[in-house]
Design a protein. Structure first.
Length: 220
């Protein structure tokens, strides 16, 4: 017996899908913002001359890069309350995704830092800048421009990873799609629309990031 497509149940709940899509984007933005801060600290630690700074940074990156994101999400939501730290479902997921992204962004930023010519530091010292000023005014702008493509790819990857938030009932896009699927039994239609929303959003984000990269390259 053939299967007849009927999208009416999906369209009736399309607002819920759009809400879930918006929440997915918000989760990704918050996570990459926090992840960038973590990644920068780790990157400077990994490139430091002192072993006491390199070792903890390297250990963090090794542990979080080799732990599945879903495991981190479950630890954040189910284990932390047992240790006295209670977070909402959304905050638990943002914490897990931020820690996870920080480990990957640390490697991105470390590569960018290693690509900055060493002579710039000596030039900054020669004109009287402190180490902190050299990092803020010279090294960071050059490094961020160099790693922007990788940063954009990481953001798109994090947006897709937000689908794992459905495992702890955060009402993002995948959770809302699964709810429609369960209520309507329109399996094919529900996941076709959800997939189209993911693909369309990722394509728009990629196009916007390419425009930003092009503008920065022209400005440089």
């Amino acid at each position: 017996m053939g299967y007849t497509l009927n999208f009416s149940a999906v369209w009736r709940s399309f607002d819920d899908l759009l809400f879930g899509l918006g929440l997915s984007l918000l989760l990704a933005v918050l996570s990459i913002g926090i992840g960038c801060l973590i990644g920068l600290v780790l990157a400077f630690g990994q490139t430091a001359r002192q072993p006491l700074l390199r070792a903890p940074a390297g250990l963090y990156v090794t542990v979080f890069r080799n732990t599945p994101l879903l495991v981190l999400v479950l630890i954040s939501f189910f284990t932390l309350p047992q240790l006295g730290l209670r977070l909402s479902k959304t905050n638990s997921f943002v914490l897990a995704l931020s820690l996870y992204s920080g480990a990957y962004l640390a490697e991105v930023f470390r590569g960018g830092l290693l690509g900055v010519p060493k002579g710039l530091r000596e030039a900054g010292l020669a004109i009287g800048l402190t180490e902190g000023q050299i990092r803020r005014r010279i090294i960071l702008p050059i490094m961020l421009r160099a790693v922007l493509p990788a940063l954009g790819s990481t953001f798109i990857g994090l947006f897709k990873d937000t689908s794992l938030a459905a495992a702890i009932a955060v009402p993002e896009l995948t959770f809302e799609a699964r709810k429609i699927n369960v209520e309507s039994f329109r399996v094919v239609e529900t996941w076709l629309v959800a997939s189209a929303l993911y693909v369309g959003t990722c394509s728009i984000l990629a196009a916007l990031l390419r425009r930003v990269e092009a503008r920065l390259s022209l400005a440089g």
